[in-house]
Design a protein around this ligand. Structure first.
Ligand code: 9PG
Length: 616
């Protein structure tokens, strides 16, 4: 133990080791964003897992060569395994973009790997996992150092928090397992006590083996440029053309979401309805959606405030401020007037205000699926008026919002988290965006040049979908962001669209769609929609795992992955690399292709997905 104010105790259940930390005396978290409560060598971690299984000695982990998971702080922060020569970049030229993705005070580092909530070391199929079973405590970060045989520091973001003697501080679970599904099963067990998913069951088809919420959202085609006419036209379009939502959800009588995204509000921070765009308000919109048999959904970013929003002048004391009294900069968005700010969620009156916004949307406007976005801004450091650590106001606010469980007529309400710090959110927002925004373009300039992890990009979004796949169904119902079928306003090739759809269908849980269904293009779009529905049906009810493709001796390891079903019947390759990759697998031994994107040379083409089945 590196810290004498903290006591670690070790126990073991079902082959999972619990490292529980308590204070040895009354203790205040030190000033600053990171409190190191423990440091363990890889050797110590391995010997702790000697409890597990009690069987033949397990393979040793080599910190120099292992793949190590770097799980980003919030939904949009990059999440991927890193090989020894790999790292995650921070944004350059516009450093403010890093506010979106950094854990405050603990950005991604060059020398070590900083992973939040969850990390693992992986050698081939063997995993050594560390995860924080957070039941209401400071968020945990793992700083993993490959040097000197390997070392893991456990860091808390607890600034401002005081602990009584003996109070729990952190509960870390250590899991050593062979195989993707064994790890996910262990995670499921660790988090089972929270009963995370029953509140979402109304979004799934009754009796279906898997919960696959889905439907339409307005962002990824019109972006913020929406109004009543356009939203109602998209709504009508859904039932009038043979689009994905109609054929896979509506025609099969599955619960279907229709979510209005950013653009309805007067201004970010002024959550009145934009009168120019929605002169009749939003009630007629939600009514029309409900009458078509869909679940009306609405976007909010309730913790952030644009500079010009009236609340800045009306309630200056509600803004979170830094030590010098100026409002904390919560991010930068040119369309919102540049820098924007955030609310001080430690104030009960701010909590009531935010809760009231959501209550109005549910009780008066009629929405039952609420996308809560830019949530990271609720955990920024600042001079919180009621004192205490940032996570506490954040959780209390989420608790109050998500206590809204029913509409006035008694129908259930669901929440989707987005841009959210994962660890302090899962107990409130089990339906969660787990990656950067996707885009109708693979990885466009100039954003790629900026190296912003959270840039809207089909590639970045897919990398995160892979990186967080282990959490899907264990801690979150993962929302991978939308799939695209359309051909208008589309820079993705057919093969790239297949890769986007395969990531969503096989490696995550929600299937949303933003296409303009009224403009359905009968030839190409119908062909793609046909393929996607066949693909959904062929893979339905199966659980899939993913693993980085082993290096083939090239200079650089390709950004490519093996995909495999739990029943061992389906195998494929997701090649996100810009070069083709070769790999051996059942496709070389008679398996039937569901999707085959091998070139004439037998290599899997760049930016593609392929899937094969051994079921004749
Ligand atoms: C609406 C959008 C959509 C989208 C959300 C969120 O890191 N960034 O710069 C960044 C900015 C915006 C953003 C995501 C990342 O988009 O994810 O689905 O709702 O807001 O404004």
């Amino acid at each position: 133990m590196s810290n004498d104010s903290i006591i670690r105790s070790v126990s073991e259940e079902d082959g999972v080791v619990a490292l529980t930390y308590r204070t040895a005396r009354d203790t205040a978290a030190p000033a600053g964003p990171a409190w190191t409560i423990d440091e363990l060598t890889l050797k110590e971690l391995e010997s702790l897992t000697g409890y597990a299984d009690g069987q033949a000695p397990l393979a040793h982990f080599d910190s120099r060569s292992a793949a190590i998971l770097c799980n980003g702080w919030q939904s949009w922060s990059a999440s991927r395994e890193l090989l020894p020569d790999e790292r995650i970049h921070r944004a350059r030229f516009i450093p403010k973009l890093n506010i979106y993705t950094d854990r405050p005070g603990l950005p991604v580092e060059r020398r070590t790997i900083v992973s939040h909530f969850l990390t693992y070391l992986r050698n081939n199929d063997d995993y050594l996992v560390l995860v924080s079973r957070n039941a209401g405590s400071p968020p945990v970060s793992f700083r993993v150092d490959r040097a000197d045989g390997g070392r893991v520091q456990i860091l808390l973001y607890a600034e401002g928090q005081s602990f009584r003697s003996g109070e729990p501080v952190a509960d870390i679970r250590l899991i050593r397992r062979s195989g993707f599904f064994a790890v996910r099963d262990a995670l499921k067990k660790v988090f089972a006590g929270f009963d995370l998913f029953s509140c979402l069951s109304f979004l799934g088809a009754p009796g279906a083996p898997r919960l696959v919420p889905g439907g339409y959202e307005s962002w990824y085609n019109h972006y913020a440029d929406i109004d009543e006419g356009l939203i109602l036209a998209d709504l009508d379009g859904l039932s009038s053309s043979p689009n994905l939502v109609k054929r896979y959800y509506l025609d099969r009588h599955k619960p279907t979401v229709f979510q209005v995204d950013d653009g309805w509000e007067t201004e970010v921070g002024d959550w009145s309805v934009n009168q120019k765009r929605f002169p009749r308000g939003l009630e007629p919109i939600s009514k029309a959606i409900s009458e078509q048999g869909l679940i009306p959904g609405l976007w909010f970013a309730p913790f952030i405030v644009a500079k010009n929003a009236p609340i800045v002048a009306e309630r200056p004391e509600w803004l979170l401020r830094s030590a010098n009294g100026s409002p904390v900069v919560a991010g930068w968005m040119p369309n919102w007037g540049g820098d924007f700010h955030c609310l001080d969620l430690s104030r009960p009156e701010v909590q009531s205000y935010v809760e009231g916004l959501v209550r109005r949307a549910v009780d008066e406007w009629g929405f039952r699926y609420i996308k809560l976005d830019f949530l990271y801004a609720g955990m920024l450091p600042g001079t919180h008026a009621s004192g205490g650590p940032a996570w506490r106001g954040y959780e209390e606010t989420l608790r109050r919002i998500t206590a809204i469980k029913r509409s006035p007529s008694g129908q259930p309400v669901a929440f989707l988290g987005c841009g959210a710090p994962l660890e302090n959110s899962f107990r409130y927002l089990p339906l969660m965006r787990i990656g950067a925004d996707t885009k109708e373009d693979w990885d466009p300039f100039p954003h790629r040049l900026l190296r912003h992890q959270g840039r809207p990009s089909a590639l970045m979004s897919l990398v995160d979908t892979v990186g967080r796949c282990l959490l899907d169904g264990a801690v979150f119902m993962n929302d991978p962001d939308v799939v695209f079928c359309r051909t208008a306003n589309m820079a993705l090739t057919r093969t790239e669209k297949e890769a986007v759809a395969s990531g969503a269908v096989l490696l995550a849980s929600q299937i949303m769609f933003s296409d303009d269904a009224a403009a359905f293009d009968s030839r190409e779009e119908a062909a793609f929609t046909d393929w996607l529905i066949d693909f959904l049906d062929a893979t339905a009810g199966r659980e899939f795992g993913v693993r980085r493709l082993e290096s083939t001796g090239t200079r650089r390891s390709p950004l490519a992955f093996r995909i495999f079903s739990r029943d061992g019947i389906m195998h494929g390759i997701l090649n996100l690399d810009d070069s083709p990759v070769t790999a051996d697998g059942p496709w070389n031994h008679g398996a039937v292709a569901l999707l085959d994107r091998r070139g004439a040379d037998g290599a899997f083409v760049s930016r593609s997905a392929s899937l094969f089945s051994e079921n004749q």
